[in-house]
Design a protein around this ligand. Structure first.
Ligand code: GDP
Ligand code: MG
Length: 424
């Protein structure tokens, strides 16, 4: 049984929280793309954790966690994340954490290049998390990268690193006029963190294949959402990897398998971090009230997130791109303070009503067309069955389901493990 848990929107839908919940029924949780630009928040009896690189199944001792070949790994960051979890009492061993030998190492010079380019862009910046993600994925396509498995062959690694750094310095030193990267320093870096991480590195394809053949249940955990997918999202304001479910078997290491079920995580309103078109964006007090109610500050960066009403046009496209079979609607409780809840049902572009999610300049021009629903104006955090929900909350969920064309089977009404409702 292979399940993907993916984001329908711009990310931060609450994937970490849902993976933590649903992983109780799974044997393996596998991250298949992205790097430490992710921030997945999990709150349970052990405390509050923000996971950037390690799959959200790590908080369940019986689950094995896999970091797939589609990921880019900042080794220093990963060691820090492991230490924080170990300090909090979480057990991490090569038995419950496995790193693909084909995962790509995000080097300190990738982080520097990310900052140099964002600074050069000035006002036209992409809103990068400045963690080296675009530069390292760029190098992956240029085939100028080091994989985790290369750490086992230091002589070969040094030769390869010299060639790569020669090339990188053409940009860092000659184009950006910044301090050149030093090969010995980078070798030291790779040796120090490599020695700590090597015990976790293995052929995860073999491991996953054996698990799947053995009938084990495997979950693929996505980072970010459909609208940040490099191919299908709002390029260039996307991430640099494929966030969609279709990529999960590839990025995890088992391209021969197909996903049995895709669970889309969709937020009851909209939020977005970074630059780019965001049609339903609110400003001023309206935005501040929603941001406060939803605690919308970036898990990885602490940046205030942009917020606004639910966007059915973008979400319908997200459901399509993800191929979602079913949806979990998160953060319903956040809307409890609103008297009237707007929902964007279509866009207006150059005076014409548009129902299909546009791209490029047409998206930049889009204005929201809203429908308004009566709020419920009471705390729903304690609801555990659909019938516990106020009628207006049920109407809101039914309408979103209809607008995006996919069933909503779970509704999350709080950040804690137990705060959810199963509808069907
Ligand atoms: P992810 O990147 O998709 O894993 O989401 P984040 O962890 O970045 O952001 C989701 C935030 O909402 C976190 O702070 C969660 O603890 C919180 N959260 C998740 N589900 C709910 C919910 O149903 N209600 C409320 N109030 N908070 C939630
Ligand atoms: Mg997040």
């Amino acid at each position: 049984m292979l399940t993907a848990i993916v984001g329908i929107n711009w990310g931060d839908e609450g994937k970490g929280r849902m993976v933590d919940l649903i992983s109780r029924d799974y044997d393996v949780v596998c991250r298949y793309q992205g790097g430490n630009n992710a921030g997945h928040t999990v709150i349970n009896e052990l405390g509050k954790f923000i996971l950037n690189l390690i799959p959200s199944g790590i908080l369940r001792p019986e689950v094995t966690n896999v970091m797939g070949n589609g990921m880019v790994i900042d080794m220093k960051h990963l060691c820090g994340e492991m230490d924080r979890l170990i300090d909090a009492g979480v057990k991490i061993t090569p038995d419950n954490l496995k790193i693909s030998e084909r995962a790509v190492i995000c080097m300190p010079y990738h982080v520097r290049l990310d900052c140099l380019e964002e600074d050069r862009l000035g006002d036209a910046k992409y809103g990068s998390t400045r963690r080296g993600i675009a530069p390292v994925y760029g190098d992956k396509y240029l085939k100028k990268i080091i994989m985790m498995g290369d750490l086992f062959y230091p002589d070969n690694l040094k030769k390869r690193l010299e060639g790569i750094i020669d090339y990188k310095n053409l940009f860092i030193n000659k184009a950006y006029d910044s301090e050149p990267v030093n090969v010995d320093e980078m070798m030291e870096y790779l040796t120090e963190y490599g020695n700590r991480l090597k015990p976790y590195v293995c052929d995860v394809s073999d491991y996953l294949d054996a698990q799947i053949k053995d009938g084990k249940k495997v979950m693929f955990e996505a980072q970010l959402g459909a609208l940040r997918d490099i191919d299908f999202g709002i390029n260039p304001y996307t991430s640099s990897s494929n966030t969609i479910a279709a990529y999960a078997p590839i990025g995890a290491g088992v391209p021969k398998y197909k996903i049995d079920k895709t669970i889309g995580i969709m937020k009851a309103y909209s939020s977005c971090v970074g630059e780019g078109p965001f049609t339903t964006e609110w400003f001023g007090d309206e935005a501040e009230d929603l941001r406060k109610a939803g605690g919308e500050y970036g898990a990885a960066t602490g940046r205030p997130r942009r917020v606004g009403p639910f966007d059915a046009v973008a979400s319908r496209y997200g459901v399509f791109a993800q191929g979602a079979d079913t949806l979990a609607l998160t953060k319903m409780d956040v809307l409890s303070y609103m008297e009237k809840i707007p929902v964007c049902v279509a866009y207006e572009i150059d005076g014409v009503r548009v129902d299909k999610f546009p791209r490029g300049v047409m998206l930049d021009k889009a204005k929201p067309i809203y429908e308004y629903y009566d709020g419920w104006m009471c705390d729903i955090g304690g609801c555990r069955k659909e019938s516990d929900l106020p009628v207006n909350a049920r109407k809101y969920i039914d309408r979103l389901e209809e607008l995006v064309g996919c069933e909503i089977s779970v509704v999350s009404v709080g950040a804690e493990r137990s705060e959810y409702i199963v509808r069907k």
